[in-house]
Design a protein around this ligand. Structure first.
Ligand code: NAX
Length: 328
C-alpha cells in the first residue's frame, strides 16, 4: 500500500476539529487508498489537551483501516514535523469587548509562531490550509513567517463561501448543485467577499442569463452568501462547524487529487493579476490538476465586479497593515 501521509490539524479539540478528523481518517480527504497519520495540536491548557485525548479515544473506537497512527501535541514544532498537509483550524475567537484590531494581533502571534514552525520542520512540499479566522490574513502571516517554503503552498479557506454560493444558486434555479460549473468567489473570507456567477453555467447554459435579475444578485444573493456565517450562528447558537469541515475536506481533496476540470475557489497569494497586489491572500477561481492549483486567468472584470473586488481587497490591505509591525 501507499506510504502514509502526515496530516497536522490545529485546534483539533474544537468543533470544526470534531467534524473534520473522522472524515480525514476515513479517507474522504486524501483518498480511500491513502493511509494517514494524524498529528494533532491543541493549546497546552489541561482541559483542551484532555478533550483532545477524548477525541482520539473516539478515533480509536472507529477502527479506521486508513488511520495508521495519531499523536497529540501542544508544541507546533512537534505537531508539524514532516507534515504533508497542515490544516490550521485553531485560532483565538473574539472575546467580549475585544476589538477587531486586538483579534488580528493575537492571531498574528499564533500564526507567526506556526509559520515559523512549519518553516523549520514540515515537509518541504507541505500544503497549508488556514481555516482559523481571519483566515486570509492568518494565511498571509504564516506564509511570510515561512520563507523557506514555497509561498504558493499557503492557502486560505474560501471553499465554504463557494459551496454556500453554489447551494443558493441551485435553490434559485431549482436544479441540482452538481450541475453548476464556473462559479467564482473573490476576496476575503468575510462578509465583504464577492460571489460571482457571471461565468457560471448549468447544463451548458449561462446562469446569469437564466436568472437575469441584477437586483436579486445585488440585494439577495451577495448579502445572503456574505452573511451566511452570521445566520448560522443566529440559528444554531454556534458557528458553522460541519460545513466548515466539509469545505476544508473539499479544498484539500481537490488540491491533492484534482478538481476534474471544475472551477473551485481558493484563497491564494496573488500574482498581481486582476489588480490584486502580489502576495495578498485573495479568493480566486482555480482549477486543480496534478497536485497543483492554477488560477483561472483573463476573466473580464466589469465595473460592478471591479468595485466589489476592490472593496474586499481594501479590507485585506487594512488587515495586512494592521499586522505589518509583527512581521518585521
Ligand atoms: P472552537 O473554538 O470550537 O475550536 C478552536 C480550537 O482551537 C479550540 O479547541 C482551541 O483550544 C484551539 N486553539 C486555539 N488557539 C490555538 C493554537 N494556538 N494552537 C492550537 N490550537 C489552538 O472553534 P471552531 O468552531 O472549531 O472554529 C475554528 C476557527 O475556524 C475559528 O477561528 C473560526 O472563526 C474559523 N472558521 C472559519 C471558516 C472559514 O470558512 N474560513 C468558517 C467556519 C469558522 O467560523
Amino acid at each position: 500500500s501507499k506510504p502514509a501521509m502526515r496530516v497536522a490539524v490545529t485546534g483539533a479539540a474544537g468543533q470544526i476539529g470534531y467534524a473534520l478528523l473522522f472524515r480525514i481518517a476515513s479517507g474522504e480527504m486524501l483518498g480511500k487508498d491513502q493511509p494517514v497519520i494524524l498529528q494533532l495540536l491543541e493549546i497546552p491548557d489541561e482541559k483542551a489537551q484532555k478533550a483532545l485525548k477524548g477525541v482520539m479515544m473516539e478515533l480509536d473506537d472507529c477502527a479506521f483501516p486508513l488511520l495508521q497512527s495519531m499523536s497529540a501535541h501542544s508544541d507546533p514544532k512537534e505537531a508539524f514535523k514532516d507534515a504533508d498537509v497542515a490544516l490550521l483550524v485553531g485560532s483565538r475567537p473574539r472575546g467580549p469587548g475585544m476589538e477587531r484590531k486586538d483579534l488580528l494581533t493575537v492571531n498574528a502571534q499564533i500564526f507567526t509562531v506556526q509559520g515559523k514552525a512549519l518553516n523549520e520542520v514540515a515537509s518541504r512540499d507541505v500544503r497549508v490550509l488556514v481555516v482559523g479566522n481571519p483566515a486570509n490574513t492568518n494565511a498571509y502571516i504564516a506564509m511570510k513567517s515561512a520563507p523557506d517554503l514555497p509561498s504558493k503552498n499557503f492557502t486560505a479557506m474560501l471553499r465554504l463561501d463557494h459551496n454556500r454560493a453554489l447551494s443558493q444558486l441551485a435553490t434559485k434555479l431549482g436544479r441540482p448543485v452538481a450541475d453548476i460549473q464556473k462559479l467564482a468567489v473573490w476576496g476575503n473570507h468575510s462578509p465583504t467577499m464577492y460571489p460571482d456567477y457571471r461565468f457560471a453555467t448549468i447544463g451548458g447554459q449561462s446562469v446569469a442569463k437564466i436568472i437575469n435579475d441584477d437586483q436579486w444578485n445585488r440585494d439577495v444573493f451577495i448579502p445572503t452568501v456574505g452573511k451566511r456565517g452570521a445566520a448560522i450562528i443566529e440559528a444554531r447558537g454556534l458557528s458553522s462547524a460541519a460545513s466548515a469541515a466539509n469545505a476544508a475536506i473539499d479544498h484539500i481533496r481537490d488540491w491533492v487529487l484534482g478538481s476534474d476540470g471544475r472551477w473551485v475557489t481558493m484563497g491564494i497569494p496573488s500574482d498581481g493579476s486582476y489588480g490584486i497586489p502580489e502576495e495578498i491572500m485573495y479568493g480566486v477561481p482555480v482549477i486543480c490538476e496534478n497536485g497543483e492549483y492554477k488560477r483561472v486567468t483573463d476573466l473580464e472584470i466589469d465595473a460592478f465586479s471591479r468595485e466589489r473586488m476592490d472593496f474586499t481587497l481594501k479590507e485585506l490591505l487594512e488587515e495586512r497593515d494592521g499586522v505589518a509591525d509583527l512581521l518585521k
